[in-house]
Ligand binder design. Structure first.
Ligand code: PMV
Length: 354
């Protein structure tokens, strides 16, 4: 018969949590112990571009990451592929004379090529953009009828934080109650136009790969920290409500206060883990002091900071003017090529999935 290839390309930005996800109640399904809230970055910075192709010539599923073939045998890839395949529907392309039935999808194999426009190993949440893009592009290729939230529940099984990258703007990952995870998914709180004054600056403190992966770090925290129980049950539920309110009202002082406090508590539960996990370094701590001093001297917060499972600072400024002031300060206190190793700044706005 006729040889053919059908291909889809998609682009997905990463997201940065302002109320953190840390700790799972189910390791396999990736179900969290608390809700989380994030902001999705602009696709021109820190995004993944993925092309997925199907052809009767392909003999097995294969994937390339930044041009290098990687194994798809891991449980997380397999779970995503299985979930998507089982929901595939008929595809017809009259021009090319292609017809793929629901049954055909069970036997056809896919090739996946994925590129990050930032260093994969830099601890900049590459798995969030990566799995969101993989699920989104495969869902387009296989003509899934599911809405974005249902797709987010599939991306969640690749990497928890990935479920939040299926939407632009401000996104909440609802932890859900069901044991099978069917209600643990992302919803959009506000789109990328809602609060477009915000400017996000990422100060790359170190591009070395983190020592403790989020997967093993979370597991150790849940097993050994007593503080994490208090955080998940008493602190985060209240903060989620307050953060939703702050976003709705574009209330920057409340937004900044909550984001900074939540980042600090996340790193506190890491310290409360046995053995303790150190994600931030001296430069991270100096950036926090610098921002705290500045905010206090102004009488009202100008900039919020948040750090994920690594030393890099995500700095969210109120508007373009404070962003310019922030960059001035960063360049003054952390001059490039000094011993602080603050080697680049990534600047982005909030955005939408394309
Ligand atoms: O989804 P993972 O395994 O990459 O974990 C993400 C954990 C944090 O980035 C630290 C917090 C978050 O909510 O994104």
């Amino acid at each position: 018969g006729n040889k053919w290839v059908l291909m889809v390309t998609a682009q997905t930005p990463t997201n940065i949590a302002v109320i953190k996800y840390w700790g799972k109640r189910d390791e396999k399904l990736i179900l969290p112990i608390n809700d989380s809230i994030s902001v999705t970055l602009d696709p021109s910075h820190l995004c993944t571009t993925t092309s997925v192709a199907v052809s009767p010539d392909f003999t097995h599923d294969r994937m390339w990451l930044n041009g290098k073939e990687i194994s798809l045998s891991g449980g997380r890839f397999q779970n995503c592929l299985r979930e998507i395949r089982s929901r595939a529907s008929e595809v017809e392309d009259d021009e090319k004379g292609i017809k793929i039935t629901k049954k055909d999808w069970e036997k056809l194999h896919v090739h996946i090529a994925s590129y990050n426009n930032f260093p994969t190993a830099a601890g900049l949440a590459s798995s969030a953009a990566g799995f969101a893009c993989l699920v989104f592009s495969l869902a387009k290729l296989m003509n899934l009828k599911e809405d974005q939230s249902k797709l987010s529940a599939i991306a969640r099984q690749g990497s928890g934080s990935a479920c939040r990258s299926l939407y632009g703007g401000f996104v909440k990952w609802i932890m859900g109650k069901e044991e099978n995870g069917s209600d643990s998914m992302a919803v959009q709180l506000a789109d990328e136009n809602h609060w477009d004054d915000l400017v996000i600056i990422i100060a790359v403190v170190s591009s070395r790969q983190k020592e403790t992966s989020s997967t093993s770090g979370m597991l150790e925290t849940v097993e050994t920290s007593m503080l994490i129980q208090h955080r998940a049950k008493e602190v985060v539920p209240k903060r989620i409500i307050q953060m939703e309110e702050a976003i709705k009202n574009r209330d920057f002082p409340s937004f900044a206060h909550l984001a900074c406090a939540d980042s600090n508590q996340f790193h506190a539960v890491c310290l409360d883990t046995t053995p303790p996990i150190f994600y931030m370094n001296d430069t991270s701590h100096r950036i926090i002091s610098c921002v705290e001093k500045w905010n206090r001297s102004e009488g009202t917060p100008q900039v919020a900071y948040t750090f994920d499972a690594g030393p890099n600072a995500v700095l969210i400024s109120h508007n373009r003017k404070t962003a310019a002031h922030l960059l001035q300060r960063l360049l003054f206190y952390f001059p490039p090529n000094s011993d602080t190793d603050l080697n680049s700044y990534v600047i982005g706005d909030k955005t939408i999935l394309q």
